[in-house]
Every structure is written in structure tokens, then in C-alpha cells.
Design a protein around this ligand. Structure first.
Ligand SMILES: [Zn+2]
Ligand SMILES: [Zn+2]
Length: 304
């Protein structure tokens, strides 16, 4: 649609970017967001329908124009590697960074990918072709630093506090050894996101959505087009809002709106979604959302 591009979600964490789906022209919007193409680590593709993967070649080409871009990992269904390799071969475009592929198969572990910041889980959804849903989980953070306990143990404030906060054991001048657990609270859970588009509600979708901080879900149709949603393997906005609410998501952004609707219909979409789940909204292009840690508001203060 003129004011609504294809569905992609970019997650930025500590300067690194994880992208879910790349429809045609995705690199243009990514550039507009200024998230940084160099810091793109992973592209996770839901399925091999054009509106979810035709943007990858353009992204790859744009990324080859920045110096010292690191490795890029592409996750997706069987065939994603062949698709990319064929385009690369046919167009013979310049590529100067390592590219690796992880394709889903029946016997694969639930954790598709893991690095120092996150792990990404995947599973098959229910669409007209094999379509994967994803769940990105930030690694748990160390517990809160207990300054009183640190003072009581005679640890001077400064670099030693920092080391303990990072989980390192320290030795004081007097020779005493202090372990992080003496001054840190229990580990705090990281944030979690679900990306589930082009699907009917299914068990895997509920599983991937369980207790997430934010769920990006397919809300392609208005409730009055339920039958069409079922035959095309999509959800209505109220299907999607119901999944998010039942799975205990804290909030949901409903995306992948059918181009048959106009911007004037968006109010109806919003109302239908909110009826099922008050923390559901309809996503818009270039929308940026800061996800607070559970129990904290967006500027990091505790709201418990
Ligand atoms: Zn599809
Ligand atoms: Zn689609």
C-alpha cells in the first residue's frame, strides 16, 4: 500500500540489529530508521513467500557497501539458502562478508541461533506453505547490585564494584575474595519478543508467544472476513489479539494488514483488536517501540 510497506521487524539490542523478514524495499526503510546496516547480525525469514524475502538481496548489497561489515546469519525454512545463492549467482553482486545459513528441519533444536546477547527460538506455524514463527529472548541480566552489602564487606566503590556487577570475583587489598553472589541479587529475566505472521492460531504460536513482552502478530483481516482468513492461512485482528492475550503477552503489535483495506479502516482494526486485548495496537511504518524490562518502565526505573 502507498503508506504501508511490507512487514519487517528490526530488533536493536546494544547496537546490534536482528531483523525478522525482509520484504521488497526493506533496505530503504532500514536506512530511514538509521538503525545501521553494518550492525545487522541476523535475518530471520518466516517463509518463502515473496512479501517476506524479496528484500534480502537488496539488503545484502547495501551491507556490502559499508566497510568491515561482520558476518551475517540468515535463518529460514528449507530453500532459503538456495534462493539467496541463486540470486547472488545470477546477479553476481559484490559480497565481502561471511554469510551463513541455518535452515529449519523437523529434527532441529528449538533454539535456532544464539550469541552473546540473545537466543532465537523457532517453530512451524500454520499457513499455506511452511512458515516459521520466532521468539527472540534476551539473555538474563545479572541481579541488582546491593551497595549496602558491598559496603558492609568493605569493598571500596569504583572498579571493583563494576567487576562484581559483571559477574567477576574480586580480591581486596587485605586478601579477602568476594564472589558476585555475595553482592548481587537473583538474575533478572531479559526481554522477550515473538514474531508470528502468516498463520492461523496454532500450538506453536501460543508457545512462542508465551509471556513475551511484545508480540508482533499477523492481523491481516477484519473479523467480518474470518472465512477468508481461514482459507488463506492468516489471522483476523481479533484472532491475533486473542492469541496475545491468552498467551500472556504484555503487549501486541498487529501487522501484515491486507492491502484490500484503506487507512480509513485502521480505526476498525484498532477497535476490534482492543476488544480482545487492551494492550494491542495496529503497527505503522517506521514505528519505534522501546521495550522496558519486566517490572521497570522505559527509562529503567522500577515500577513495582
Ligand atoms: Zn505467506
Ligand atoms: Zn505474507
Amino acid at each position: 500500500m502507498p503508506g504501508r510497506s511490507l512487514t519487517s521487524v528490526a530488533v536493536r539490542l546494544q547496537g546490534q540489529v536482528y531483523l525478522f523478514d525482509a520484504g521488497e524495499g526493506c533496505q530503504i526503510n532500514l536506512k530511514k530508521t538509521k538503525l545501521g546496516i553494518k550492525s545487522l547480525r541476523v535475518v530471520a525469514v518466516s517463509h518463502l513467500h515473496a512479501d517476506h524475502c524479496l528484500g534480502i538481496p537488496g539488503l545484502m548489497m547495501m551491507r556490502a557497501q559499508v566497510p568491515d561489515a561482520g558476518p551475517l546469519t540468515i535463518l529460514g525454512p528449507p530453500g532459503i539458502e538456495r534462493f539467496i545463492r541463486q540470486v547472488h549467482e545470477s546477479l553476481a553482486f559484490f559480497l565481502d562478508y561471511p554469510l551463513s545459513f541455518l535452515e529449519w528441519n523437523e529434527g532441529r533444536a528449538e533454539v535456532a541461533y544464539e550469541d552473546d546477547l540473545v537466543r532465537i527460538l523457532w517453530g512451524p506455524l500454520k499457513h499455506t506453505t511452511l512458515c516459521l514463527g520466532y521468539r527472540l529472548e534476551e539473555h538474563p541480566r545479572p541481579g541488582k547490585f546491593n551497595t549496602e552489602a558491598a559496603r558492609a564487606l568493605g569493598i571500596p566503590s569504583g572498579p571493583l564494584w563494576g567487576k562484581l556487577q559483571r559477574g567477576e570475583t574480586v580480591t581486596l587489598n587485605e586478601g579477602d575474595t568476594i564472589s558476585p553472589k555475595q553482592v548481587l541479587g537473583p538474575p533478572r529475566p531479559g526481554r522477550k519478543i515473538c514474531y508470528g505472521v502468516d498463520t492461523r492460531p496454532n500450538k506453536t504460536l501460543y508457545h512462542l508467544c508465551q509471556g513475551v513482552d511484545l508480540a508482533f502478530l499477523d492481523g491481516m483481516f477484519l473479523p467480518e472476513h474470518q472465512e477468508e482468513a481461514e482459507t488463506k492461512g492468516h489471522m483476523t485482528v481479533d484472532d491475533a489479539a486473542r492469541v496475545a492475550a491468552r498467551a500472556g503477552a504484555r503487549a501486541a503489535v498487529l501487522v501484515h494488514i491486507s492491502p484490500r483495506y484503506t487507512e480509513e479502516d485502521m480505526g476498525k482494526f484498532g477497535d476490534a483488536a482492543k476488544e480482545r486485548f487492551e494492550n494491542a495496537v495496529i503497527g505503522t511504518d517506521l514505528q519505534q517501540i522501546t521495550i522496558p524490562y519486566p517490572g521497570e518502565d522505559s527509562d529503567g526505573r522500577s515500577n513495582l
